[in-house]
Design a protein around this ligand. Structure first.
Ligand SMILES: Cc1ncc(COP(=O)(O)O)c(CNCCCC(=O)O)c1O
Length: 449
């Protein structure tokens, strides 16, 4: 029974604001947090959660907020999805951990079989499981370097890949992700991203021009024969929901193929039906050599994966890959339930429907507010970029203010972007449509305030 057919969320799917946000209990907890947790760990909204499900998050003061964040693209099937929760409880009653490298268990293998089946490409694949997106990207690069005997790694401007030393190095934005944490990992090179809204000659030529620039820079500055991998998000997440101009990714993939470079797709934020396909690579028929996945994979349980061509993944010597918790049995139980929810609930179609509802309304809003310079995205991965009207100058202050107004009105939204001027919308794919529209009403009210 999926969340859509009677196995629905326990909670009333409503926006309910009964105190100021954050309320008194959240403020008490925030004082405790300040005394216990370093300020380096930020929180979008210091509202402490008591419950969540479907399209809402309920705080400790009884406020029910519309969730346009999904815990940063994680609870695609809904928070505490009944099927996921039941499977995790059942697993927890049997065994919670053995370490797959010590004593393996079937659910780990089943998750890998499913990943090998659903990721792009009908070639033979292998998967292995880790705990976070950064760990998945780290291992994808390790495997690519091992399999090619090369060291250089190419990434793109505005990219985000994690906070570990290597993935922090792969990430573009200095503050807050990299500043003060150097020296960074060696042999990482950054190319321009086909960012249609900001491409100098306009969106029309952006894809082919950006791909040609990257190919030229790789060949001149690095030497294509020295490049182990190109690591790219099919839609850039933290960098601002930048959907690369049409033709860019196919051209980059072709350049990789022609030069023995492995294409690593970082589908951590775009995967598991988020963009209207199971994986965003499918949109332009991209078949990567290795895919890093996480976030939506297990409904909130910490799980990530590296899935790649068998002939690449099998190169690594025995014992060369591992980690204590990778593929934890609770997370694997959750992941199997999540995939059932996605496939039985046809959540890729629901993601497309979310885009069909959001994009026209946001374009209408942009017609009334010239500070909305761009409306973009696919499926349930949608964003607006805010600028000084009539210019492309980022307006981070307005972005933060609109987000604040949304939070105060009971809508949880996230910001993003290299310039901090993107409002991004990541609702759970199971959000009821009335709540999706009410969330857009709140956003419109925030602009009108
Ligand atoms: C494309 C892409 N690759 C890799 C990662 C990293 O995944 P982890 O599970 O956070 O390590 C992400 C994580 N994005 C959210 C970061 C939140 C924060 O730390 O501020 C991503 O989006």
């Amino acid at each position: 029974m999926t969340s859509q057919d009677g196995g629905g969320p326990r909670l009333p799917q409503e926006r309910r604001v009964v105190t100021e946000i954050p309320g008194p209990r959240s403020r008490e907890l925030q004082e405790r947090r300040t005394a216990a947790v370093p300020p380096g760990v930020g929180s979008v909204l210091p509202v402490y959660v008591a419950d969540a499900g479907g399209g809402v998050v309920v705080d400790v003061d009884g406020n029910s907020l519309i969730d346009f964040g999904s815990g940063i693209a994680v609870t695609n099937v809904g928070n505490a999805s009944p099927r996921v929760a039941a499977r995790v409880k059942e697993q927890a009653d049997r065994f919670t951990h053995t370490c797959f490298m010590v004593a393996p268990y079937e659910s780990y293998v089943a998750v890998c079989e499913n990943l090998n089946r659903i990721t792009p490409g009908d070639h033979e694949k292998r998967s292995f499981l880790v705990n976070s997106g950064a760990e998945a990207v780290e291992n994808a690069v390790k495997i690519a370097r091992y399999a090619t005997g090369r060291q250089a790694v190419v990434v793109f401007d505005h990219g985000y890949h994690g906070r570990t030393l290597l993935t922090m190095t792969l990430t573009a934005k200095s503050m807050p992700y990299k500043h003060g944490f150097g020296p960074y990992a060696p042999e990482v090179y950054r190319m321009p991203m086909a960012y249609p809204f900001r491409w100098p000659t306009g969106p029309g030529n952006c894809g082919p021009e950006a791909a040609a620039q990257a190919a030229d820079m790789i060949s001149k500055q690095i030497g294509a024969a020295n490049v182990a991998a190109v690591v790219v998000e099919p839609i850039q997440g933290e960098g601002g929901f930048i959907d690369p101009a049409p033709g860019f990714l196919p051209a980059i993939a072709g350049f990789c193929r022609a030069n023995g470079i492995l294409l690593v797709a970082d589908e951590v934020q775009t995967g598991f039906a988020r963009t209207g396909d199971m994986f965003a690579c499918e949109h332009e028929g991209i078949v990567p050599d290795i895919v890093a996945t996480a976030k939506g994979i297990a409904g909130g349980l910490p799980l990530a994966a590296v899935t790649g061509r068998a002939e690449i993944m099998d190169r690594v010597h025995g014992g060369g890959l591992g980690g204590t918790y990778g593929g934890n049995p609770l997370a694997c139980a959750a992941a199997l339930a999540v995939l059932e929810e996605i496939e039985e609930g046809k959540l890729t179609e629901r993601a497309r429907r979310i885009g069909e509802v959001m994009l026209p309304r946001l374009r209408g809003l942009a017609g009334r507010y010239p500070a909305i310079g761009d409306v973009r995205g696919r499926g349930a991965m949608i964003a607006i970029e805010l600028v000084r009207p009539g210019t492309k100058e980022p307006d981070a202050a307005l972005t933060a203010e609109i987000a604040r107004r949304c939070h105060a009105r009971g809508l949880l939204v996230l910001t993003a972007g290299t310039y901090g001027n993107v409002l991004r919308f990541l609702p759970p794919l199971v959000i009821p449509e009335h709540l999706l529209n009410e969330g857009l009403d709140v956003l419109e009210a925030a602009f009108a305030a």
